[in-house]
Design a protein around this ligand. Structure first.
Ligand code: SF4
Length: 250
């Protein structure tokens, strides 16, 4: 399967989950490469923003920024080798992120089954943009879906970023938790519209402050927490930014 590359190896590392309802839990993170979306602010664009692709990105304005050479940022690994690398940490929680992991669901299911054969209590979380419905087998194996539908600030047409059948599927699944970064009042208005359009239970919606540093998070967090209180949503901090900023592989 295609994973993101970190240094000379695959992007698989032991960390603590930084966001969502299991924030703070020790976990092994595995990052798949490739995404079916191309958000202009994506902070993992090494998984999809390759040379020769037409997608714009905020970083285009940064002097010296160039798109990634696919071979430099991709690491091919079999499900058996990925399972072995994950099991080596001895940690009973695996966070599968991307990119968009559901593009490689078959290989990930095989990986999860190998891990479960050795570590039956292992918990699997999948971070997804909510545009694809998992197969019944994968849906049964995964314990938690952290769904982040993309808002208009991602810079893509609605028909690409919002797939009604998939969002309705996750809204109806008690395994799915919806998390959104809120930067502006219009973000909140879009979230409210999504909530009513897809009947997402408010108690499974998490709002997170925007920011790439702890100081930036602090600016909007108190106000956002009060909003969550009033709307019945869950406030979620962004632990990895507080602990490590935007450093990769931790
Ligand atoms: S869906 Fe996620 S990984 Fe894909 S481009 Fe958007 S932010 Fe990046």
């Amino acid at each position: 399967m295609k994973l993101a590359k970190l240094g000379a190896g695959p992007e698989i590392f032991h960390t603590v989950q930084g966001e969502g309802i299991s924030a703070g839990c020790p976990a092994v993170l595995i990052r798949t490469s490739r995404c079916n979306l191309h958000c202009v602010w994506c902070d993992t664009d090494h998984t999809w923003n390759f040379e020769g692709t037409p997608w714009p990105h905020e970083k285009d304005a940064v002097p010296g920024y160039t798109k990634h050479r696919k071979a430099d940022v991709t690491f091919e690994l079999s499900p058996a080798d990925a399972a072995r690398a994950i099991l080596a940490f001895g940690c009973p929680r695996v966070v599968i992120t991307g990119g968009e992991p559901l593009l490689q669901e078959k290989e990930l299911l095989e990986t999860a089954r190998i891990i479960l054969a050795e570590m039956p209590d292992c918990i699997f979380e999948v971070e997804t943009n909510g545009t694809r419905i998992p197969s019944p087998e994968f849906g049964e194996t995964v314990h938690q879906f952290n769904v982040s539908p993309k808002l208009s600030n991602a810079g893509m047409p609605e028909n690409l970023r919002l797939v009604p059948e998939a969002l309705a599927h996750f809204a109806a699944s008690p395994k799915a938790w919806f998390k959104f970064v809120v930067a502006t009042p219009s973000d909140l208005a879009e979230i409210q519209t999504l909530r009513s359009r897809f009947a997402i239970p408010p108690q499974r919606i998490l709002l997170m402050p925007e920011g790439r540093t702890a100081a930036e998070l602090d600016l909007s967090a108190p106000q956002l927490a009060e909003l969550c209180r009033d709307l019945g949503y869950r406030f979620c901090d962004r632990l990895h930014i507080r602990l490590w900023g935007d450093k990769r592989g931790v």
